[in-house]
Design a protein around this ligand. Structure first.
Ligand SMILES: Nc1nc2c(ncn2[C@@H]2O[C@H](COP(=O)(O)OP(=O)(O)OP(=O)(O)O)[C@@H](O)[C@H]2O)c(=O)[nH]1
Ligand code: SF4
Ligand SMILES: [Mg+2]
Length: 410
């Protein structure tokens, strides 16, 4: 988490539009970000390969709202270190909502072959792309027009011509970002966290244990986001710890429209949930909000056919995951082994490392991905689908193993 996000007021990264800047070394990616933000976000130099790691800059763009600008290393970076950097740039595409491909114009020698491939890959993933022809100040107006025409012919798409040095075209580029973000939102409409489970004036009871594992002095992000959405949607929003659940219910004239709880206390809450209330868990809500709930619920049935010879991958998005560590590394493996046998192999990955060779797994179980955006989780799901591997997540797995999945609404 960046320092900027670490304040209570900043929008979390998971809800920000991620705008990724891609292109060859020295194309002018970092300069373009600096020109857009009017700040020294990334180091710029004439030396190819200056940006060696992904650099993220949270900012607000009028018309989009909170977003993150993601600078990457050149995708043509070669040599063993270079390949690593190019791979990191490729990884950054997983969370990209809007892709900017920066062209210096010098790639015309090989007719923008690399850019064309990247453009096609983004389009295949339904990610809106903006082509930017930069360094306009280095060419005459006529030359810019000629290069723009060649790009259009070769890539089948108009480029915005800019100069990061003089600021020419930057405003037009900003407008192109706003249009692309809106286009992206239309291509993959997001449901709200509470989906269609509630309407205005409904009562929502949130059961949230604040045990020693909970962070000191604050609520975890899924809880904060759900409370905020329930308030925005003008629901009557009650928050309790499990011990106070029955007390809260006894104060109400009618059962709440919806009860949302933490997956650890599902049994407890489910046994006390009034018949007239819908019941769900934060993890299930976030699975539906962030991922492909249909694929998750179909995939979870794979658990029934796991044996001692099977291999399961537990995939956590963070390297530091105090809340979920216990669930992913201890609880779920224990529950699976109880069902499939002690020999069941369970691998755990943490952070951005999502194995390339998913095909060797019988099932992938993803964490709640609370810190990550929908695009990132969907990119992981697409990889699993491509490899023909079932993939589900923590909340769905626990609900299924406890036999309560059919009692859960989403
Ligand atoms: N004249 C001019 N020079 C530019 C422009 N944009 C970038 N440059 C120069 O091009 C060189 C490379 O710019 P960077 O922004 O570092 O390029 P990059 O794509 O981030 O490069 P890597 O991080 O090495 O992959 C620098 O010397 C910049 O000053 C521009 O619009 N006009
Ligand atoms: S659910 Fe995933 S993203 Fe959220 S804290 Fe745990 S490991 Fe990180
Ligand atoms: Mg750079």
């Amino acid at each position: 988490m960046s320092k900027n996000e670490n304040t209570l007021n900043a929008a979390p990264s998971s809800v920000r539009t991620h705008i990724g800047f891609f292109g060859r070394m020295n194309a002018g990616k970092s300069s373009l970000i600096n020109a857009l933000t009017k700040q020294e976000v990334s180091i710029v130099s004439p030396q190819p390969g200056t940006t060696t790691d992904v650099v993220k800059k949270p900012m607000e763009i009028h018309g989009i709202g909170p977003c993150v600008l993601v600078d990457t290393a050149g995708f043509d970076d070669s040599g063993s270190l270079g390949e690593k950097r190019a791979k990191a740039a490729r990884k950054a595409t997983m969370s990209t909502d809007v892709a900017v491909i920066v062209l210096s114009g010098e790639e015309s020698a090989d007719e923008w072959a690399m850019e064309k491939k990247w453009l096609e890959d983004f389009e295949k993933d339904r990610i809106p792309v903006i082509l930017v022809l930069t360094a306009a100040d280095r060419r005459t107006a006529q030359e810019n027009e000629k290069t723009g025409k060649l790009i259009r012919q070769r890539l089948g798409k108009e480029a915005v011509t800019v100069s990061s040095l003089t600021g020419e075209g930057i405003e037009e580029f900003k407008n192109a970002i706003v249009r692309a973000a809106q286009e992206g939102a239309l291509l993959t409409p997001e449901r709200m966290i509470l989906g269609s489970l509630v309407k205005e004036k409904d009562c929502v009871l949130l059961v949230m244990p604040q045990d020693p594992q909970a962070p000191e002095g604050r609520l975890i992000l899924p809880q904060v986001q759900t409370i905020r959405e329930a308030l925005d949607r003008h629901c009557i929003t009650l928050c309790v710890q499990p011990e106070e659940m029955e007390g809260a219910l006894s104060l109400l004239k009618e059962p709440p429209a919806l009860v949302v709880c933490d997956s650890q206390v599902f049994d407890y809450v489910s046994s006390r949930c009034p018949a007239g209330s819908r019941l769900t868990s934060f993890s299930v809500l976030f699975a539906a909000w962030k991922g492909d709930i249909g694929y998750y619920t179909r995939s979870v049935k794979k658990i029934d056919t796991l044996t001692e010879d099977s291999k399961v991958l537990i995939a956590e998005c963070c390297t530091h995951a105090p809340m979920e560590e216990d669930i992913g590394r201890v609880k779920i493996p224990a529950l699976l082994r109880k069902k499939a046998g002690k020999g069941l192999r369970v691998d755990v990955t943490a952070g951005a490392d999502f194995p390339e060779d998913l095909a060797s797994y019988d099932l992938v179980i993803q964490c709640g991905a609370c810190m990550f955006n929908r695009r990132y989780v969907c990119a992981r799901i697409d990889k699993a689908k491509e490899a023909g591997v079932p993939m589900t997540n923590y909340g769905i797995t626990i609900a299924y193993l406890k036999g309560i999945l059919d009692k859960v609404d989403y």
